[in-house]
Design a protein around this ligand. Structure first.
Ligand code: HEC
Ligand code: HEC
Length: 339
């Protein structure tokens, strides 16, 4: 924890900021010591690639059933998650772990609860071929997409040469995901100098969040996503979920039960909570965090104050116009929803 605090201070000191206006500069400088940083709107470098990635994100033909898209479990109408304890996969299979939000996930050090994918591009190949999720294979997914004339044309335009492979599919999806950021939360308005953006209760909740030690793990622009930490430091966490966390990647006993610290941006929308989805409400999650991570037994009012603060982290949701997908051709492998 001491180590985290040191990293934290270094990060804050080095935090770059681009100011929108002069008063904002002063205010932001004045609040420069805050552990949470403002989210900036996404800078779109390749709009064509983003548009293609958006189609693929919504395209259920990337799944064997022809029914499950990325959006099935990362619903952009509901905070980029599915609001289920664990996800439902191919053939109504019970998923092993809670679906994290895709919103602001570009800001994380790595992807997945155990960080087994280094970045969004590497991550996107996972669910397509995961038998418990979309249950396709990279070969089949490429075959399907390459059989759709509209996609063949679009891939050629976007990448500057003909050819569809899993690398191009996942980089387009990743480019779209990088735009899924949520600036403009009330907390960000406050960070930018708008004193009226938060109520007294919300500000007090934020003070508790900092003084209690929550910010040692939940910090940065995403208010998390920066490190792997043990679930259950002061007190052990009990769960039926078999996930071992980071140890699955490193093989080190010391990493057992360490999970990527989740982002708290939009946390109001992404219930239920924790890797096993066991905490149904934000109140429950906050009380458990206080006890297990910090040895603090928060009273009902303190929990309510922290929850009030957490709800100010809900940002402007990406406004998504549903993409119209190019139709399959006679050669497109047929969906197989019931096998
Ligand atoms: C059947 C449900 C399901 C589908 C379909 C699905 N995901 Fe996921 N996604 C999950 C679950 C569950 C996790 C967490 C898995 C883990 O950490 O082991 C996850 C993790 C992620 C993450 C990591 C987020 C983080 O904070 O670590 C990203 C990004 C992501 N998915 C994007 C996608 C994309 C892109 C697609 C489509 C190609 C997709 N997902 C399809 C359920 C799904
Ligand atoms: C030592 C690091 C650490 C500290 C301190 C800490 N957290 Fe966490 N937090 C985590 C980790 C790790 C998880 C994921 C645990 C899991 O899913 O099993 C988490 C999960 C959460 C979640 C659930 C998010 C989700 O999407 O599932 C909330 C809410 C939360 N923390 C709030 C808090 C609050 C409020 C405090 C202070 C009272 C706090 N945390 C203190 C590491 C920490």
């Amino acid at each position: 924890m001491k180590h985290d605090a040191a990293v934290l201070c270094a990060m804050v000191a080095a935090a770059p900021f681009v100011a929108a206006s002069v008063p904002a500069v002063a205010a932001e400088a004045a609040r420069g010591a805050e552990p949470i940083e403002v989210i900036r709107p996404a800078l779109v470098v390749y709009p064509d690639r983003v548009a293609l990635g958006k189609k693929l994100f919504f395209d259920p033909r990337l799944s064997r059933s022809g029914f499950i898209s990325c959006n099935s479990c990362h619903n952009l109408s509901t905070g980029g998650a599915d609001n289920l304890v664990t996800s439902v996969g191919h053939n109504w299979q019970r998923g092993p772990i809670n679906s994290p939000t895709v919103l602001n996930s570009s800001m994380s050090v790595a992807q997945f609860w155990d960080g087994r994918a280094a970045n969004l591009r590497e991550q996107a190949g996972g669910p397509i071929a995961n038998p418990g999720e979309m249950a396709s294979s990279h070969e089949l997914a490429v075959e399907v997409i390459a059989s759709i004339p509209g996609y063949v044309e679009e891939f050629t335009e976007v990448f500057g040469s003909p050819g569809i492979d899993i690398g191009r599919i996942t980089s387009a999806i990743a480019a779209f995901e990088e735009t899924l950021v949520t600036p403009g939360s009330r907390f960000d308005l406050w960070l930018l100098g708008d004193d009226g953006a938060l109520t007294t209760q919300e500000l007090y909740g934020y003070q508790l969040f900092k003084s209690g030690g929550c910010a040692a793990c939940h910090y940065g622009p995403a208010v998390g996503g920066t490190s792997f930490q043990k679930m259950g430091i002061v007190e052990e966490y009990h769960t039926d979920n078999p996930s071992v966390g980071r140890a699955a990647v490193t093989g080190e006993a010391i990493d057992r039960f360490k999970f990527k610290v989740p982002t708290l941006r939009n946390v109001e929308l992404t219930y239920p909570y924790f890797h096993d989805g066991a905490a149904a409400t934000l109140e429950e999650a906050v009380a458990i965090m206080g006890r297990l991570q910090l040895g603090r037994d928060y009273g009902e009012q303190e929990v309510a104050d922290i929850v009030a603060f957490l709800k100010t982290l809900t940002g402007r949701q990406p406004e998504i116009l549903l993409p119209v997908l190019p139709p399959s051709s006679n050669a497109t492998p047929r969906p197989r929803p019931f096998e």
